[in-house]
Design a protein around this ligand. Structure first.
Ligand code: ADP
Length: 421
């Protein structure tokens, strides 16, 4: 009884599903029949017969659906027959090695040959990968203890690479197994960079904080009744809070840039006007450092696609550095030139100072976060060590390029190439 009940229920569900699938067809049919009935004055019997026919058509299982399911199965079967393991392995971008019960390599794809020099079919896998984690993985798999497993493995030579290796048996009773190596080196590098960044930022904030806390202690203790010491210490404490505020502003700037998904398209920036405003805003610093800012702008319109506020920040950072670190040169030139044709078409803005310059070995690392040539000098100049990394971040978003040239004793030139469109 229960079986018959269940069968009835299943059939009812199938009919309901078919009616639901054909709801639009049914609705259209009913409307059409009623319309014709209304126009032609047909008898009610004819209308009922037409509706019954429509219902039957909707309830019949669809031949097309049946056919397409069979066709799909046939296509899949014939496709798999033509597919060889070798082609499949070649199509996998990660290193992949197929091996047998004796841990002998049966096949390796091109990515595996490129990643692990000196492997070949017939070679023992346990001899090639001697690290304990790889040996344990192979033992567990070949002894049947596990059907698949994943381990982290680091290849030391020729360069260190970190892999997540997944191993599993292939099919049923084939006596074959497969290893796939997913390269995790880039993800690990990014994790390390993040950890370093947090450590550096905390250290940069902790130093002024420690100094403020030390002065508070002195003011409450030995310097309690000394007005001259109090004034001096309060000034230092104010400088330190300023340093913390600048650091937090730069950190927020970087994080905002990282969160912005992409540059809003379609906005144009007038570089002549933007750079003029940067020079005006840095007038007080130029006076303070006794630096004369000279302009050398090409004639004509100087527009590039981009974000005005972000490009303002780029040139403000570069010009501020030139005035601070290159002040001994007494002058800074800001030039704008245009490249009209070719793949390099665009606008070049160069900020050149005539100060001490930057030793060659520092140039490749100078845009890294918190990298400074001279930490003490950067601190006295109210630097945070983040200015050039913000510059680089913004320029990457603009498809632009920063090049740095310097000769020690003669100054430094920071050139920004902004593509035309
Ligand atoms: P900071 O906040 O320390 O100025 P930046 O990222 O702007 O950080 O610059 C990194 C370092 O690069 C500076 O600390 C300084 O040592 C060096 N630097 C930048 N611009 C110049 C320049 N025009 N001349 C000499 N050194 C420079």
């Amino acid at each position: 009884m229960a079986d018959i009940g269940a069968e009835r229920q299943t059939r009812a569900q199938a009919v309901a599903a078919r009616l639901w699938n054909s709801r639009w067809l049914l609705a259209a049919g009913i409307v059409a029949v009623l319309a014709v009935y209304g126009f032609a004055g047909m008898s009610a019997y004819v209308v009922l017969a037409a509706l019954a026919l429509l219902l039957a058509a909707a309830l019949l299982p669809s031949g097309a659906t049946r056919h397409s399911a069979e066709d799909a199965a046939a296509i899949e079967a014939s496709g798999l027959q033509r597919l060889s393991g070798e082609y499949l392995a070649a199509a996998v971008a990660d290193p992949l090695i197929i091996f047998d019960r004796t841990s002998t390599i049966v096949h390796a794809n091109a990515a595996a040959f490129a990643a692990f020099g000196g492997i070949a079919p017939g070679m023992s896998l346990s001899l090639k990968f001697r690290a304990p984690e790889m040996q344990a993985l192979l033992d567990d798999l070949l002894s049947g203890k596990v059907a698949s497993d994943v381990v982290d493995y680091t290849e030391k030579l020729p360069v260190e690479r970190a892999y997540r290796v997944s191993a599993s048996s292939v099919g049923h009773a084939t006596d074959l197994y497969v290893l796939v190596f997913k390269d995790q080196s880039e993800a690990r590098r990014i994790d390390r960079m993040r950890a370093d960044f947090i450590a550096n930022a905390s250290h940069e904030l902790r130093t002024p904080l420690a100094s403020i806390s030390g002065f508070i202690e002195t003011l409450r203790g030995p310097a309690r009744g000394d007005p001259a010491a109090r004034d001096q210490f309060l000034q230092i404490m104010q400088n330190q809070t300023g340093r913390m505020a600048r650091l937090i502003d730069d950190l927020l700037s970087l994080s905002r840039l990282e969160m912005k998904p992409y540059l809003k398209p379609g906005t144009e920036v007038d570089l002549r006007q933007t750079i003029d405003s940067v020079i005006d805003s840095l007038g007080p610093l130029a006076r303070e450092t006794a630096v004369v800012i000279e302009r050398d702008f090409v004639e004509g319109p100087l527009e590039v696609p981009g974000d005005r506020d972000e490009l303002f920040q780029v040139f403000e950072n570069l010009l501020e550095n030139a005035c601070k670190y290159g002040q001994s040169g007494g002058r800074v030139t800001v030039s704008i030139a245009r490249t009209e044709t070719g793949p390099e078409a665009g606008i070049d803005v160069t900020i050149r100072d005539y100060g001490p310059g930057i030793p060659e070995e520092h140039i490749p690392r100078i845009t890294e976060r918190f990298y400074r040539v001279d930490v003490e000098n950067s601190r006295t100049q109210k630097g945070t060590g983040l200015g050039l990394s913000i510059v680089k971040h913004i320029l990457t978003r603009h498809n632009a390029r920063l090049s740095i040239k310097s000769e020690v004793g003669k100054g430094a030139a920071f050139s920004v190439h902004l593509p035309a469109r």
